[in-house]
Design a protein around this ligand. Structure first.
Ligand SMILES: *[C@@H]1O[C@H](CO)[C@@H](O)[C@H](O)[C@H]1NC(C)=O
Ligand SMILES: *[C@@H]1O[C@H](CO)[C@@H](O)[C@H](O)[C@H]1NC(C)=O
Ligand SMILES: *[C@@H]1O[C@H](CO)[C@@H](O)[C@H](O)[C@H]1NC(C)=O
Ligand SMILES: *[C@@H]1O[C@H](CO)[C@@H](O)[C@H](O)[C@H]1NC(C)=O
Ligand SMILES: *[C@@H]1O[C@H](CO)[C@@H](O)[C@H](O)[C@H]1NC(C)=O
Ligand SMILES: *[C@@H]1O[C@H](CO)[C@@H](O)[C@H](O)[C@H]1NC(C)=O
Ligand SMILES: *[C@@H]1O[C@H](CO)[C@@H](O)[C@H](O)[C@H]1NC(C)=O
Ligand SMILES: *[C@@H]1O[C@H](CO)[C@@H](O)[C@H](O)[C@H]1NC(C)=O
Length: 522
């Protein structure tokens, strides 16, 4: 948002294919890998914004493990944090890196500075770190209009530097905009870009079109709703299913809108079409809903945040596009991964996160079964187990340490006990590691054991062997005495939920006029 806090949840709409440069003849394997990632990159996805205004931010390494546990495959950073970019190497997590607004002046006025930015923040990490986009500034036209004249020069210089590094087909350059650059969003067919911004937007769109890059938009139905109470129904803002009579109908196209986000996306398409640009897609770099607010924000609740973000994820995964462009589903970066407790008031600013800074979920998303993103990892539990294929001696000494100095409870892996079989180092180490990890409250760093341990969301319990932290209820049969004790670590089975959001003053102003002229059928 306004400042260069790296905290937004990004909704990316990705249906751009990477054109792989064909300068050299790559090996068949490299070709295959490239093809696979091209296939993947055609699918719309849900990513997250990672804001770092958090008092106890995970270390870069723990952050990346956390992303993997949560199966988060796309992230947007608000800068080019070297520790995070390094930790993301070889993880396949796709990354948008950003140029903070305060660096626009330097980059926009010197090709040399732009080239060294690219070398330092992109070339140094690519391809091990899978950088897909460079976001140049954030909401520049609306929050720092004085920098607007530098925006396009900065974008072009960065692009030239990518060309020089031969990375311009793999990495796209664009800039995230506030929703308020589009006026009269409702009905979407009558939307248009603020005419005062056309001198920047028109050449920018030419650039995006020529380079097959997306128009990045930060879109918050939450603010639209807050500024238009009584006009925009809460259910429409939250993607709740509506009876046909409650759907909003665009009188010009007769298209039915069941949710506010689709209308905002289509308004951007219509605005581009007014400038004769028809082949640039919209990537939602931020969207979300706050889970807590002060007395002036009564709709910032856990329930609404959960509903919005759960439905948002399902909407992307369903790939149903928008009424105007059913063939294009925008990818979305949720704002944001963590609650940023250090953000200044209003209260909602610190409560857009899906997770608390200690990585516990703020609420449990309802996306189970809907596909890939967090979907099958919705239990609020993680376990620590031994990695596959690691050196057995290291594993044995880690096991010895866990059961000794580490004071893990290793009674269940003693001969005759439930977890003794299969009797091998890996199995026993997994149990001991997990016991230690649960005892330490799953604290960051408590599942490392010199790199031979890993966190998993899959319950490792088997048969009568119940791992610490498991929710399984097992009636154990012991050799001598029958007992019916239940694993002491059993918690309730819970689902993860998701949520995010945040916005600027300009966006709020814009939103006030958003839906007013929109015909609501009764
Ligand atoms: C930067 O490079 C572009 C294209 O490579 C060129 O058109 C422009 O004049 C250069 N700008 C400066 C300030 O050297
Ligand atoms: C359009 O943009 C200009 C320049 O940033 C701004 O002053 C004006 O308030 C905007 N108009 C609307 C209706 O938002
Ligand atoms: C979009 O259209 C412009 C001009 O019509 C063209 O130069 C550009 O290559 C097109 N881009 C894509 C991605 O097709
Ligand atoms: C868009 O194209 C139409 C028809 O070709 C033309 O009349 C109009 O001036 C163009 N608009 C812009 C903004 O280029
Ligand atoms: C997830 O579990 C932790 C303890 O392991 C708990 O503190 C937290 O409240 C749980 N989160 C939810 C959303 O239930
Ligand atoms: C996720 O769960 C659904 C329903 O249980 C299942 O059909 C799907 O295969 C699972 N996906 C993955 C990646 O495990
Ligand atoms: C260790 O685990 C066993 C079996 O689950 C339990 O009976 C015992 O009380 C535990 N010991 C300690 C010190 O927690
Ligand atoms: C132990 O429990 C099993 C199953 O409940 C039962 O068949 C068996 O007779 C019991 N053994 C003893 C010694 O009580």
């Amino acid at each position: 948002m306004v400042n260069s806090k790296l905290i937004a949840v990004l909704i990316t709409i990705v249906f751009f294919y990477f054109t792989v440069s064909s300068t050299a003849k790559p090996s068949a394997l490299v070709q295959q890998i490239k093809q696979q990632s091209q296939e993947q990159d055609k699918e719309p996805f849900v990513g997250v914004n990672i804001g770092t205004d958090v008092s106890n931010l995970l270390s870069a390494k723990d952050l990346v493990s956390f992303l993997q546990v949560q199966k988060i495959s796309h992230v947007r950073l608000y800068d080019a944090n070297p520790d995070i970019l390094k930790a993301l190497a070889n993880t396949k997590v796709r990354v948008i890196v950003s140029v903070p607004n305060n660096q626009l002046l330097a980059i926009g006025s010197s090709n040399t500075t732009a080239a060294s930015w690219i070398n330092r923040n992109v070339v140094a990490y690519y391809p091990e770190t899978f950088i897909t986009h460079i976001g140049v500034g954030d909401e520049v036209l609306t929050t720092v209009p004085s920098s607007a004249p530098l925006l396009l020069p900065a974008i072009q210089s960065l692009y030239s530097a990518l060309v020089a590094a031969n990375l311009h087909t793999q990495i796209k350059v664009s800039t995230p905009h506030a929703a308020s650059i589009v006026l009269d969003t409702f009905p979407p067919s009558q939307a248009y870009f603020n005419q005062s911004l056309i001198s920047v937007l028109a050449p920018l769109l030419q650039f995006l079109s020529k380079t097959e890059s997306p128009l990045m938009m930060n879109l918050y139905p939450y603010y639209v709703f807050m500024e238009n109470k009584g006009v925009v129904p809460l259910d429409t803002s939250l993607f709740k299913s509506l009876t046909p009579s409650k759907e909003m109908v665009d009188p010009n196209t007769l298209l039915h809108y069941t949710n506010v986000l689709d209308a905002m996306i289509d308004a951007a398409y219509v605005s581009m079409k007014n400038l004769n640009v028809t082949n640039v897609s919209v990537l939602v770099t931020e969207s979300g809903w706050p889970s807590k607010g002060d007395s002036k924000e009564p709709y910032a609740t856990i329930d609404n945040a959960d509903t919005y973000n759960s439905n948002l994820i399902k909407h992307v995964i369903d790939q149903s596009g928008t009424p105007l462009h059913p063939e294009i589903t925008s990818s979305v970066f949720i704002y944001e991964l963590f609650n940023e407790d250090l953000r200044s008031p209003p209260v909602s600013e610190a409560n857009w996160g899906l997770f608390n800074s200690n990585s516990t979920p703020v609420y449990l998303l309802h996306v189970s079964g809907s596909g890939t993103f967090l979907a099958n990892d919705t239990t609020n539990q993680t376990y620590c187990i031994a990695m596959d294929g690691v050196d057995l001696k290291t594993l044995q000494s880690a096991l010895d340490w866990a059961c000794g100095a580490g004071r893990a409870n290793c009674s269940e892996i003693q001969p005759g006990e439930s977890c003794y079989q299969p009797n091998n180092v890996k199995n026993h180490a997994s149990f001991a590691f997990d016991s230690y990890y649960q005892k330490e409250g799953k604290a960051p760093g408590s599942c490392d054991f010199k790199g031979v341990a890993m966190i998993t969301t899959t319950d490792p319990s088997q048969g009568s062997c119940v791992f610490p932290g498991s929710k399984k209820v097992v009636h154990k049969t012991r050799a001598v005495v029958n007992s019916t004790e239940v694993s002491s670590g059993a918690d309730r089975l819970e689902l993860f939920t998701f949520h995010t959001s945040h916005i600027t003053a300009t966006t709020i102003v814009f939103c006030i006029s958003l839906f007013i002229p929109f015909g609501i059928t009764r």
